[in-house]
Design a protein around this ligand. Structure first.
Ligand SMILES: Nc1ncnc2c1ncn2[C@@H]1O[C@H](COP(=O)(O)OP(=O)(O)O)[C@@H](O)[C@H]1O
Ligand SMILES: [Mg+2]
Length: 372
């Protein structure tokens, strides 16, 4: 028997966004939308254009992806919880289009994964999938993230941080500080970005100078890290207060490192699932992944990435992705599949976790209780 519209959970999927990972987000959203069971969910599509405009419509994803033509409705999500829902302008007045029970931001990078969108959703007091403001922001900033890891005794590769202004005004000094950390090669990366955009491997001083310039174009803070001859191992973590780790997987990059081209252009980077590792190493990695997840207060999901030194066997925590690539062939869902949870079950579970977390937030006292 089919359910009444009122019995269904209203879910809004948000995709696109003002980030270099806009296109990756559209691919992830296509997969998510394809498995949301219409018997159980009433789905609203919300697209955010490259310019940051919010639009909605039944085929918003297809229109944003350039696969269909059509008019989309401009919408806003007010940060005012008493309004609750998605609005549009009609005859110069705000009109409510729909409300929803859960929001699923399928967005990567800046303005989607970095805590800014999460801040709006907190203001609006809605349930949403994934980490909150702190987990998202700390997970996004590779500099602050490393400090939090060190404070928790989780090993990270040695690095120094340089400001764009320091790179512009005192390049020699930045180079000296980097060279004091280790020998070449270095990896230089913008502190707040993903998909390897602006990341370079620097084998000598002139590479380093070029890499610093490149990274500084993308962010005002740049990380210079000792290059490790590493295997890249990734783990999917799922849950709120009691997160679980999947089996680890290994990335087999098609180029010298897992660059943007290697991730999205060549199409020949491989995934080895599960990663071929001794049992103790597998357990160590899974334990560290959960510890990391808790340390930065993640929720819902995150993919935790490691570097395993091929020469010494040393293990380092590289980074966390709080809204990891989420197509059906992406590492995050693939690792869960190998751990016994199908893609569709994973999406259902993320929606449940979002509702559980909202219920937990609602238990927080918002007013000071002063006993009379
Ligand atoms: N310290 C390092 N040693 C060796 N390889 C690295 C190092 N840092 C980054 N890389 C390589 O660069 C890629 C992108 O860097 P990463 O820190 O994961 O940033 P992003 O958020 O862009 O994925 C990694 O997947 C890896 O191939
Ligand atoms: Mg990475």
């Amino acid at each position: 028997m089919s359910k009444n519209a009122s019995d269904k959970l209203k879910i809004a999927v948000i995709f696109g966004g003002r980030s270099g990972e806009h296109e990756v987000s559209l691919m992830s959203a296509k997969s998510v939308l394809s498995v949301l069971d219409p018997e159980r969910y009433d789905v609203t599509q919300i697209g955010i254009t490259h310019e940051g405009a919010w639009v909605s419509g039944e085929n918003a994803l297809a229109v944003l992806s350039g696969e269909a033509d059509g008019e989309l409705t401009p919408v806003i999500l007010p940060g005012d919880p008493t309004l609750r829902g998605l609005y549009t302008l009609q005859d110069a007045r705000f009109a409510k289009l729909t409300d929803f029970d859960v929001l699923f931001p399928v967005m990567h990078g800046t303005y989607g994964e970095d805590g800014t969108l999460q801040g709006l959703l907190e203001m609006a007091d809605v349930a949403y999938v994934g980490a909150g403001v702190t987990g998202s922001a700390v997970g996004m900033d590779k500099g602050v993230f490393k400090d939090v890891m060190r404070a928790n005794g989780i090993p990270v590769v040695e690095a120094v941080l340089a400001l764009r202004s320091e790179i512009q005004a005192g390049l020699d000094d930045v180079v000296r500080r980097a060279e004091a950390v280790s020998d070449y090669p270095f990896f230089v990366k913008p502190a707040n970005l993903g998909s390897s955009v602006g990341v370079s491997k620097c084998n000598n001083r002139s590479d380093l100078i070029e890499g610093l310039m490149e990274a500084a174009a993308y962010d005002r803070r740049v990380l210079i890290e000792r290059g490790v001859n590493a295997r890249e191992i990734e783990v999917s973590v799922l849950g709120n207060d009691e997160p679980q780790a999947s089996v680890p997987g290994e990335v087999l990059p098609s180029r010298e490192f897992y660059s943007y081209e290697s991730k999205y252009v060549d199409g020949t980077s491989g995934l080895q699932i599960p990663a071929l590792l001794p049992d103790e190493m597998t357990e160590k990695i899974r334990t560290l992944a959960v510890k990391t997840y808790k340390a930065i207060d993640c929720a819902g999901m995150a993919r935790v990435d490691f570097l395993l030194d091929k020469d010494t066997g040393d293990l380092y925590l590289n980074e966390v992705n709080t809204l990891p690539g989420f197509t059906q062939i992406s590492m995050y869902p693939k690792l869960w599949e190998a751990s016994g949870l199908s893609y569709a079950q994973l999406v259902d579970r993320l929606v449940e976790l979002a509702l559980e977390r909202k219920a937990d937030r609602d238990r927080t006292e918002r007013r000071f209780r002063r006993d009379a």
